[in-house]
Design a protein around this ligand. Sequence first.
Ligand SMILES: Cc1cc2nc3c(=O)[nH]c(=O)nc-3n(C[C@H](O)[C@H](O)[C@H](O)COP(=O)(O)O)c2cc1C
Length: 202
Amino acid sequence: MALLMLAGCTNNNKENSTETATSDMVSFDEVLATRRSVRSYDATKTISEAEVRELLLATQEAPSWANQQPSKYYVAMSPEKVEAVSNLVGERNKQNIAGAPVLIVSTYEKGKSGFFRGEQTNEVGDGWGAYDNGLSNAYFILKARAKGFDTLIMGMRDSDALRTLFNIPENEAIMAVISLGYRSSEPRQPEHRPLEEVVEFF
Ligand SMILES: Cc1cc2nc3c(=O)[nH]c(=O)nc-3n(C[C@H](O)[C@H](O)[C@H](O)COP(=O)(O)O)c2cc1C
């Protein structure tokens, strides 16, 4: 089974990765099981740009339509920008992400995934761009968890104001805002629908 690092995002861990392989690594299943939408963050902990870059590199491993890679990311790390973005996700979300040191806006370039030579390939159209963006974001949040971070994907956001704030071009569809930080309390476990309800085997 593939093993991933959890709860260790310091350079020390990287340097000692061989020596600490058994003690610091958890299974991919553990990453899946402990990744939750986190709505309370430890404001005393910071995250470096290098750490964020490492998570964003993981998004580039995600599959995309004809390798179009339509996803783009706008990263707020300065206190001013983080504050500005947190004001654009609604009051409830704003409260829930207080203390998260990084907020990231994900977008996709329209007219790429789902298109061939400018022609829409099937009925889904730009929906494939949204699909690819969701895949990239999934890689991001799982990589984040593997490195000991926590995230919250937010679909409630003011896209017009975000477009202005980051000068996002009109050919990009603005999707989620993702908070990145460290949990300050254990998130609740959501209920999951039974497989029988959502899967049919033939
Ligand atoms: C596209 C999308 C939009 C979401 N928007 C919000 C949001 O605005 N606020 C929020 O608190 N949670 C939001 N969530 C988180 C979901 O509520 C959460 O994923 C779901 O309840 C399952 O919980 P879990 O992530 O802990 O497994 C969103 C999740 C997705 C995938």
